[in-house]
Design a protein around this ligand. Structure first.
Ligand code: SF4
Ligand code: ZN
Length: 309
């Protein structure tokens, strides 16, 4: 198979990938150019960020967020990293993913902020799960949301970019649709605008599949953690992703249509988001919808209490 872009220019370069959902075969150079151009176009078309923004990329050490950090930097955006070490020791998951984030930080010559869950709580996510009986992923989400916002605000970042890809967003949208959870549907946007005490959050990779991000990493020689989080086994999203991959195989382009037609056709018909009034947490000062203390500080108290009993 020949590269379509090269063929159009009268050259004959062998394609390294065929993207059925775009009906496009590309060689190495054309894939890299296509990926970065498409990323920049998505950012500009959706008004996500500009070159004036000071961007914090939330990196996990995985292919998506590292590809995003690297590509944003290549496109001339000012982007630094934040890595949250979840304290998952199984198969050295956290230490290895942290190393990958550090390696890219050095290569890009951009700072990497590191938050260690063990330093905050004296325990990593698996032990916090055992102690509090709260699901590991819900603890992880709470901690990540809290520190991403806090570190970005305290250090003057105007925007946080996360590595959510098309497969992630489609699986989430599918799951929400199955239960017609309207409140969650309203929040399913690639941009969460800045509001008092909350930094703007954007998902620039929504137009890219996991495979495309993986190939970008391989071609740019970005070292990423190959293993999935050991706590992800049995997570429903993985089941939905596999299901949707089968649909995509039969009918290429389904994921792109499902996600972008939702944004274009259905989301505008939904009622606007009702934002409850915000208060400052009486312990940490971060914004919260509760009148007294925020969910993070409540969780911290719960951990402390569980350790004393
Ligand atoms: Fe966090 Fe792992 Fe759960 Fe993902 S799978 S939310 S990284 S604990
Ligand atoms: Zn608080």
């Amino acid at each position: 198979m020949k590269c379509r872009r090269c063929k159009d220019k009268g050259k004959t370069e062998k394609a390294i990938i065929f993207l059925p959902h775009h009906n496009l075969s590309l060689c190495k150079d054309c894939f890299l150019a296509w990926y970065e151009k498409r990323l920049d176009e998505t950012i500009k078309k959706m008004d996500m960020i500009t070159k004036k923004d000071k961007i914090m990329v939330a990196v996990s050490g995985g292919k998506d967020s590292l590809a995003l950090w690297y590509a944003l930097t290549r496109l001339g955006y000012e982007a630094d990293g934040l890595y949250i070490n979840l304290g998952i020791d199984e198969r050295n998951y956290s230490s290895t993913s942290g190393e990958k984030a550090e390696i890219l930080s050095k290569r890009l010559n951009r700072p990497l902020y590191v938050i260690e869950v063990k330093k905050q709580f004296g325990k990593g996510i698996p032990d916090l799960n055992k102690l509090t009986k709260q699901p590991a992923c819900s603890i992880c989400g709470l901690i990540k949301r809290y520190f991403i916002n806090k570190v970005a605000l305290e250090n003057g970042y105007t925007c946080v970019a996360t590595g959510h890809n098309l497969d992630d967003e489609v699986a989430t949208l599918f799951s929400i649709t199955l239960s017609w959870d309207i409140d969650s549907l309203i929040r399913q946007l690639p941009i969460l605008p800045e509001k008092e005490g909350f930094v703007r959050k954007v998902k620039p990779l929504i137009g890219f599949t996991e495979k495309e991000n993986l190939l970008y990493c391989l071609l740019q020689r970005i070292d990423y953690i190959r293993e999935e989080c050991p706590l992800s086994t049995g997570v429903k999203t993985i089941f939905y992703k596999n299901l949707l991959n089968r649909v995509e195989q039969k009918s290429p382009g389904t994921k792109l249509r499902f996600y972008f037609n939702f944004q274009k056709k259905l989301h505008p018909l939904l009622p606007g988001q009702i934002i409850p009034p915000l208060h400052s947490c009486s312990i940490c000062g971060q914004p919260t919808t509760s009148y007294d203390i925020c969910a993070f500080c409540r969780f911290k108290q719960r951990v402390k209490h569980s350790l004393q009993t």
